[in-house]
Design a binder for this molecule. Structure first.
Ligand SMILES: [Zn+2]
Length: 343
């Protein structure tokens, strides 16, 4: 059989390793695990910035869970680059980091990027790999299947343990986000639809998410602060439901612990159909469906979400603006949320 060369040093990995060097003592670097593919070794890097004391809020940024959606990694790396510069000169930002922490896992599935696959090296779709089952799957196969790792959306053998990459993501969330009084995560994906969507759970059921009132209050705050923002905010289940979602898994575990800390995971699903509409030839490129190929469109995508990331960080630092709702206010917002997002 012909030897296949696996490039460990793809662009995003090179960029991340340069950033790690440049952050130096400003970042705590954690190699959460290592994955192997055909003899090549890939580190799963996590960077922690700021002050990770439990009373401080924290925000986690995740990218590249699906290898084909490498633009997700690029977007997270682009934010890391901006932060590296802010740390160097912005006194206000430096103070913010004394009171909070930012956690980054820009390349969750390096093998997927290296071999141009949505799945990891074992053919498992990491976002279908948790033990959470779907009560009312809306899309057969796409929702997650257990037939074969030769077909997409394979859930893997999650009964024993999840895949290394999925476990690593969960470890990072538990170690660096859960101890905080307030924490949020943003997992960056691309590919679904023409709009940029900012999704809160659930993905496994059409039942309302327990914190719809808080999600509604967060949305109102974003609408008021950035009236012209581009995001459609909604629960994932408004578009589809899936098996094995990692964020549902983490959220349910967190709830199950009767944890008094507030943890809210978001998925940023960047609509890629616009890139396709404007450049249909992309369809014939392996990356094309999920990645903007033209340089100007890539640049636009890399700068497009910086305000949102900054807003999420600020909203965690000032939770009084939207969290800690009193009972009556919570009931009112819950009613509005149910009308807005659920049948
Ligand atoms: Zn994805």
């Amino acid at each position: 059989m012909r030897e296949v060369f696996i490039n460990r040093n793809f662009r995003e990995m090179r960029e991340l390793e340069v950033l790690i060097q440049e952050f130096g003592e400003h970042a705590r670097v954690d190699i959460v695990d290592t994955v192997f593919y055909k003899g090549t070794e890939f580190p799963l890097y996590c960077l922690v910035l700021g002050n990770n004391k439990p009373e401080n809020p924290s925000v986690g940024f995740f990218g590249g869970v699906h290898g084909l959606e490498r633009i997700g990694s690029d977007v997270v790396l682009s934010y890391l680059h901006t932060i590296l510069e802010l740390i160097r000169w912005d006194k206000v930002f430096q103070r913010r980091l004394e009171e909070s922490s930012l956690v980054f896992m820009p390349i969750v599935n390096p093998v997927g990027i290296a071999i141009k696959s949505r799945a990891n090296g074992q053919g498992v779709d990491l976002m279908r790999n948790s033990p959470v089952n779907c009560e009312d799957a809306t899309l057969p196969m796409v929702s997650g299947q257990t037939y074969s790792n030769k077909l997409p959306w394979y859930r893997g053998n999650f009964t024993e343990s999840m895949e290394k990459e999925a476990e690593a993501l969960c470890r990072v969330v538990k170690k660096y986000l859960w101890p905080s009084k307030v924490s949020m995560a943003i997992d960056v994906h691309s590919g679904f639809g023409a709009r940029d969507r900012f999704w809160f759970p659930y993905a496994h059921t059409k039942k309302p998410f327990p914190f719809v009132a808080e999600a509604y209050a967060f949305t109102e705050l974003l609408d008021q602060t950035y009236p012209h923002h581009i995001y459609e905010i909604e629960p994932v289940s408004r578009q589809y439901t899936i098996q094995g979602d990692l964020w549902d898994h983490l959220f349910l575990q967190h709830m199950g612990q009767q944890n008094r800390n507030f943890f809210l995971p978001w998925t940023l699903e960047m609509g890629s159909w616009n890139w396709l509409r404007k450049n249909p030839l992309q369809l014939f490129n392996r990356w094309g469906v999920f990645h903007p190929i033209k340089p100007h469109r890539r640049s636009r995508t890399l700068r497009r979400h910086l305000a949102l990331f900054d807003f999420v960080h600020r909203s965690c630092l000032s939770p009084g603006a939207w969290l800690g709702l009193r009972k009556l206010e919570r009931q009112r917002l819950e009613k509005l949320a149910l009308e807005k997002w659920y049948d």
